[in-house]
Design a protein around this ligand. Sequence first.
Ligand SMILES: [Zn+2]
Length: 506
Amino acid sequence: MNPIIRFRQGVPATATWRTACCAVLSVATLAWPSVSLSQPVGLPNMGAASAAELSPRLERQLGDAIMMQGRRDPTYIHDLDLTQYLNEMGQKLVRHASGQAPDISLFGVRDPSINAFAMPGGYIGIHSGLFTSVESESELAGVTAHEIGHVAQRHIARGLTQQAQNSSIMMASMAAALLAALAGSVDLAQGVAVFGQAAAIDRQLGFSRDAEREADRAGFDMLRKAGYDPAGMAQMFQRLMNSSRLNEGMGGGAYASTHPLSIQRMSDIQNRMSQMTPSSHVSSDDFWYLRAKLRVLQALDAQSRRLVMQQLQQEGQSLSGTRQHAAWFGLAVEALRRKQADEAEGWLSKLAEARQDTSYAAGLRIELAQLRGQNEQAVALARAAVQRWPQRQALQLALAEALYATQHFQELERLVAAQDPGLLEQEPRFRQLQALAQDAQGNLSASRRTMAEFYIMTGAYPAAVSQLHQARAVTDDFYVQSQIDARIRQVQELMDSEKRLREQFG
Ligand SMILES: [Zn+2]
């Protein structure tokens, strides 16, 4: 596991096949905070479990534990529009996986380097830098399909690293990842960047060549069958090679010497493509809008924010159609970020005049009303938007926030109750708002129980147990008390099983 070849902040990441395609979260450094992040880190002592293949259940447990920490990571992008888009793309691809379709879950990572990575349990991270550097949806789908290929072929569990003869290295970093996740869940204030601080040590831990080719093959197949342009994969590879040459100096010597494999992989893909009739796939509007939004979101310092604004302004003038609209949308996002209400409204008006009524623009209108302190207006806009685009998860959350701000507590509770359980698990904020609404209505026991569920989702088990005890203390309903007791036992079992997992690998 692991290959995330990542570079320290401020240094442009060098795109390589491995960095780009097959990184698995490397959190080896995190378990050992005393060690400088720039230095390779000692690997934990592996027990007997290291040699065995990971069972799907254990793999899932590891992945879940890492993600609980990961969702609190500053680089995790909490944007339901993005998460929903990535997961719909993933589902479209995975339907065409050969054999049993694996469970996958995609998320965005705020990081300008061109990268994506698969983690234990089917979690796949997509860097904002990857999304913003591709020129078509098929390119993005190409990399995503490759990562799904690693998941579908169970490469992580099978330990197919470059050091296949010593797969305990992979297991070690995985165990370290788990330990880190667990340590982080105990101390919320630690603020460890799970996705952002992986060190160069992992450069050595790429998947094996065979695993890469297997993921390419599986990914290419899914990409084609799902209706994307298979050329997207080749274009993406080409882009990575170019970007790598730029970063590593002229001539590509360094790149070629450290990654000779990529040329082979490129020609494999070209061979496969030459046997196919050309296909065309038009990138969706969603793709262009989210790409514009991510360009804004990943620009953190003043200089890059100015640059993105200039580029978007230029595109807003020189381009036409969806790409022009997406640029205006990006400018509205940036204006709202700077709390410039009138400016944001200007861009949104241009979109409205061009009859570009999208759920994305509707979401920004809700934000705009809130920025102006027009909370009832925000609720009205959010209600209308949810009615028009009921499938948009981001709008459901926007409505929940607006209802809370205006003290429409009962409607908020009904809204949360109507959400898909999978969404509630992925976005704990719903439960948090529900608990606040229950508390505001004086329903203390229910509020504590709901808050406990929020803590469980974020891996903060001791806090969850504490909430459950409080919930038990404020009710004299015997039936409710026994339900709470049962839940406390379940949480304690969760804590115990993670402790056992830690001991198994530690
Ligand atoms: Zn790969």
